[in-house]
Each structure stands twice: as structure tokens, then as C-alpha cells.
Design a protein around this ligand. Structure first.
Ligand code: SAH
Ligand code: SF4
Ligand code: F3S
Length: 444
């Protein structure tokens, strides 16, 4: 240990909630006096913030932990910490599976992380799991992006979707108080943030568990955040279709800063499968909601999540999913092969679908999703879109990258700086990306 400053590295798996949790983990470690290492090879404290939504992230983690163990053999003072949803799901078993792990902690225990990894002596606690009793909002935070920020509005989930492990690892839903949320957004705006994404497993049920004097609903929260000076764009994820009420739709339509983009997880287009998933809406109710949203919010972009191969899904059920995807015409979609998670209701269902069938259905779904998304993006060619600049293009540093209000990535020629809002003329489109040039250049 020749260096004076110890360094950490955090590897993040999973959803935006986890990415945001990693900002807190990093903030916590920095408050202990650690600095961020450029990569895991040079870090003294290796943190893995894990996901367990499907089997795949579990498998990837095993490979990463193999590398971490090798580093620890070369540098025995290395501290290895495993946090997040997989850690919570496995709990003490983590130490049997990976004996070289020093600290394991669930998503509810981030506020205590500092007590277990203390900068000087690295007094390491063996395991801490969540009571989910503490809103981690007041912790130090290391924000990854200057002009965009995640703001947590709730933690946990009260739904009982039969395939899903999240309620088991993230606990019951707890809404954060509106005053606290608005204060955080106000602070972010003062630091130069222009876009906030409100995060919760089901943002549409936000507020219902607050004490009577504070009880409110998500539409009111959107309006309160919209009123914060300096915030140009508001996004939120995810709303559960079952809880999408009129006040929220009106707030999206009426608030200038709330973007015309809704991520509306479909999961399946078959009412029979939706019932077995315990989603509590039918195909018809989902389609009716899409109609209501589209008629209230002009130029709305819709994203979705779809699972194929849920237990008992027949070819007819799957055909219904394809029909809904064709009919709605999503602008983007995350498509997943059903993955049984231990302890969930669906994992115990007898009629699991064979892997080859799942794989083949996924291919057909992906083709359709891409064709519809490409058509939707093609319709933007020739238009001028307001783009919030995020930085240089990842594949060509001479170009810029940003997103439209409808959440489509745009790669374009221009001279704007990150954080600028610029008009871009769209010249071409693929299923995922628009290309163009800054309107100022076109006019010149
Ligand atoms: N709370 C959010 C999303 C949670 S997980 C919501 O309800 O919208 C993100 C997505 O992962 C889900 O929408 C679902 O499509 C997918 N997913 C969850 N569990 C899964 C499983 N066991 N197998 C495959 N996909 C799954
Ligand atoms: Fe999982 Fe359903 Fe809750 Fe989303 S709403 S986190 S899919 S249980
Ligand atoms: Fe997110 Fe994965 Fe946990 S999707 S909530 S990190 S299981």
C-alpha cells in the first residue's frame, strides 16, 4: 500500500434504480476519503452493485467476481463488497458461494455501508442486509452526469407480478415525502441540472402510503417539479398501467417540462397470460390506456417491456403479443426471455416453456419491434427536434450525441456543448437512432 489515497471502483448491473444507488455508494466511499479508481485493476475497494432480475446478470457477476478474487490473491488487502439485489436475494449464501467477499449488503442498507468499510483501517463487516427502514436520500452523492439527474421518489414495490423478484429484494413500497423531492430537485437545478428522471418501481402509486396530511398523487408531484425554475425536462420511470389515472395524464399533457415519453410495460398481449402474471389489466385495458394517452398528449413516444415464454404461454398467446406490438407501434421496447427466479410464484408453475421456443419467439418479437421503431423514427426525418446535448458520439468523436424530448438518441454534427438545448434537423433514422445536423448549420 504505497499510495496515500485508497481508491474504490464500483461496477453496476441492472436498472436505473441501481445506477442511482451506485451514485450514493460512490458518494459514501468518497465521504470516507477514498478516491475513484479508473478501473477495477487499480482499486483497493471493489464494489459490485448487483441485479438479480434475470439469470443473466447473476452469471455475469460470477465472471466479474472471479477477476476480483484473482486481484485479491495478488493484493490481499483488497476489499470486495457485493451490494444490490442479488446480494439481498442470496444473503448469507454469498459468503459460501464467494468466500473471498468481505462485505455484502442489500439495497436497503446503503446508508450503513460507511460503517462497514471505514477508510483508515478498513474495518470490514461480514454481512448487512436491509431492513429497508431508511430513505437514502440524505446521503452524500457522486452524480455521474452534470446536466441530468435521477431523483428517487419511492423505494420498493407493492405489486405481486408473479415472475418478479423485485418485491422480495426491495421490500414494500415507501414514498418519499413531496417536500423532500422538490427540495432535491431545486438543489439540482441550482447546480445546473436541466433534466430530471423521477425513479420508482411504480411511480403511479407514489404518494398513497404517505400520512393523511401529506397524501397526494403522482400528477401533483409532476406539477410541483415542473414549477422548479431551471428544470427543462422531466422524465419518470416506470408507471404501472394499472395505476395510470386521469390526473397524471393531464399533468403530462399540461406541464411544459414533462416530456412526451411514457415507458409503459406491456409484458404480454394476452389477457390470459397477463392474468397469470398478476398484472391486473387486460389486453383491452392496456390498449384503451394507450388511446387515452395518445389523444391527450400529442406526439407521444411510447416505450415498453415485453416478456416472452412466460409459463404456459402458447403460440396463440404469443401471437396476441405480436398483434399488440404491431398495433401500438412502440418507439422502443426492451424484450426479455422469461427467466424463472427462485421464490417467485411463476417459477413454481408446472408449464415452463422450452428454451428453444423462448429463443425463437424472442427473435420474432425483436424483428417486429425493430421494424415498428424504425418506421416511427423514419417519420421524424425532415423535422427539427429539440435535443439536450449529452456529449460526444460514442462511435465518432467529431459528432455530438443527445436526446429528443421523446427520448430518442440523436447523433449530429454541431458545435453545441453538453447541457445545451439545440435544434437539430433530422436527416436519417434507424430503429434506435436519429442522425442530423444542428439547425444553425443548416441555415448557414
Ligand atoms: N418496476 C418496473 C420494472 C421492473 S424490472 C415495472 O414494473 O415497470 C424491468 C423489467 O424486467 C420488467 O418490466 C419485466 O419486463 C422484466 N422482468 C422482470 N422479471 C423478469 C423475469 N423473471 N424474467 C424475464 N424478464 C423479467
Ligand atoms: Fe416487479 Fe411488477 Fe413491481 Fe414492476 S410492478 S417491480 S414488474 S412486481
Ligand atoms: Fe433493478 Fe435488477 Fe434490482 S432490475 S431493482 S437492480 S433486480
Amino acid at each position: 500500500m504505497g499510495r496515500s489515497m485508497r481508491r474504490y471502483h464500483v461496477t453496476t448491473f441492472g436498472c436505473q434504480m441501481n445506477a442511482h444507488d451506485s451514485e450514493r455508494i460512490k458518494g459514501m466511499l468518497e465521504s470516507l476519503g477514498l478516491g475513484e479508481a479508473p478501473g477495477p485493476e487499480t482499486a483497493d475497494v471493489l464494489v459490485f452493485n448487483t441485479c438479480t432480475i434475470r439469470e443473466k446478470p447473476d452469471t455475469r457477476l460470477a465472471a466479474y467476481l472471479g477477476d476480483a478474487a484473482a486481484r485479491k490473491r495478488r493484493h490481499p488487502e483488497t476489499v470486495i463488497a457485493v451490494g444490490g439485489c442479488y446480494a439481498e436475494a442470496q444473503r448469507e449464501r454469498i459468503f459460501q458461494l464467494y468466500p473471498f467477499v468481505d462485505v455484502a449488503f442489500g439495497p436497503g442498507s446503503i446508508p450503513h455501508l460507511g460503517e462497514w468499510i471505514s477508510a483508515g483501517g478498513l474495518a470490514v463487516g461480514r454481512s448487512r442486509f436491509g431492513a429497508h427502514d431508511h430513505f437514502a436520500a440524505d446521503l452524500p452523492m457522486h452524480r455521474e452526469r452534470r446536466h441530468q439527474a435521477w431523483v428517487q421518489v419511492s423505494m420498493g414495490c407493492n405489486s405481486i407480478c408473479s415472475y418478479c423478484i423485485v418485491p422480495a429484494v426491495r421490500g414494500r413500497e415507501q414514498s418519499r415525502r413531496p417536500g423532500e423531492i422538490v427540495a432535491e430537485v431545486t438543489g439540482l437545478a441550482a447546480e445546473g441540472v436541466r433534466e430530471v428522471t423521477l425513479l420508482g418501481q411504480n411511480v403511479n402509486s407514489w404518494g398513497r402510503d404517505l400520512q393523511p396530511a401529506l397524501r397526494t398523487e403522482f400528477g401533483e408531484l409532476l406539477r410541483a417539479v415542473d414549477a422548479v425554475e431551471g428544470i427543462e425536462r422531466i422524465r419518470f420511470t416506470s408507471p404501472h398501467p394499472k395505476d395510470f389515472r386521469e390526473p397524471v395524464i393531464r399533468a403530462i399533457a399540461e406541464c411544459d417540462a414533462v416530456c412526451e415519453h411514457v415507458h409503459l410495460p406491456l409484458q404480454s398481449g394476452s389477457t390470459r397470460v397477463l392474468r397469470r402474471m398478476r398484472r391486473t389489466y387486460s389486453r383491452e385495458r392496456y390498449l384503451a390506456l394507450v388511446e387515452r394517452l395518445r389523444s391527450a398528449i400529442p406526439d407521444l413516444a411510447l416505450g415498453t417491456d415485453v416478456i416472452v415464454g412466460f409459463p404456459g404461454e402458447t403460440e396463440d398467446d404469443f401471437a396476441e403479443t405480436l398483434e399488440v406490438v404491431e398495433q401500438v407501434g412502440f418507439d422502443s421496447a426492451f424484450t426479455f426471455v422469461y427467466s424463472p427466479r427462485r421464490g417467485t410464484e411463476a417459477a413454481a408453475m408446472p408449464d415452463q416453456v422450452a428454451d428453444e421456443v423462448k429463443g425463437e419467439r424472442l427473435e420474432r418479437l425483436v424483428d417486429l419491434v425493430q421494424r415498428r421503431a424504425a418506421e416511427r423514427n423514419q417519420a421524424r426525418v425532415g423535422r427539427t427536434e429539440a435535443v439536450l446535448v449529452e456529449g460526444a458520439s460514442r462511435t465518432d468523436a467529431s459528432l455530438l450525441r443527445g436526446r429528443t424530448r421523446r427520448n430518442t438518441t440523436v447523433v449530429f454534427a454541431g458545435s453545441a456543448a453538453p447541457g445545451d438545448l439545440v435544434d437539430v434537423v433530422v436527416e436519417s433514422a434507424t430503429s434506435t437512432t436519429l442522425r442530423g445536423r444542428e439547425a444553425a448549420l443548416v441555415a448557414a
